[in-house]
Design a binder for this molecule. Structure first.
Ligand SMILES: CC[C@@H](C(=O)O)C(=O)SCCNC(=O)CCNC(=O)[C@H](O)C(C)(C)COP(=O)(O)OP(=O)(O)OC[C@H]1O[C@@H](n2cnc3c(N)ncnc32)[C@H](O)[C@@H]1OP(=O)(O)O
Ligand SMILES: [Co+2]
Length: 134
């Protein structure tokens, strides 16, 4: 069902410092910060030859990454995103296995203007999984 790795997201407490690290120390191409109010985060996109890294920082008071950063104050890998051809078919197939789809179960438009869903980390080897429709 899952296809390409779309991105790995890293939650960071200091977005400017993390951006400088990826740009100046690691020599990567980085974007400007892009607020994603529907998701409660600000994102900097790091473009790699074969995939993307998203540096994510809380936006607003109810950010879904606030708890993660409270537990991991230096930041850490927050989720991985796989592409799927049909996100509703993938959702229904996964729900039938007992996997928990987060939120109201309906896809939202993600950072790449495509529908996304999240799967509970406890059901996927301790890793928060994002699905993005290819
Ligand atoms: C930029 C837009 C978009 C894109 O297109 O790319 C994005 O990526 S937005 C990214 C941010 N959005 C989300 O993360 C949405 C989905 N997340 C959630 O609904 C919640 O964050 C969560 C996964 C349900 C966690 O909620 P929280 O309240 O922080 O924690 P809990 O106490 O409920 O956690 C339960 C349990 O799970 C562990 N946990 C939490 N987060 C992670 C994680 N990222 N990776 C691995 N494990 C995680 C947490 O430690 C708890 O474990 P125990 O302590 O053992 O109970
Ligand atoms: Co993401």
């Amino acid at each position: 069902m899952i296809g390409k790795l779309n991105h790995v997201a890293i939650a960071v407490p200091d977005l400017a410092a993390a951006t400088a690290l990826y740009r100046d120390t690691l020599g990567a191409v980085v974007s400007e910060p892009v607020p994603q109010p529907a998701h409660g985060v600000v994102v900097v996109f790091v473009t790699l030859p074969n995939t993307k890294i998203e540096l994510v920082h809380p936006l607003g008071e109810a950010s879904p990454i606030a708890g993660f950063l409270a537990k991991n104050p230096n930041g850490g890998i927050h989720h991985i995103c796989y592409e799927v051809a049909d996100i509703l078919a993938a959702r229904d197939q996964l729900k039938a296995t007992g996997a928990r789809v987060l939120g109201d179960g309906e896809p939202k438009i993600g950072a790449h203007d495509k529908p996304v869903l999240f799967l509970h980390p406890k059901d996927f080897c301790g890793t928060l999984v994002e699905l993005e429709q290819a």
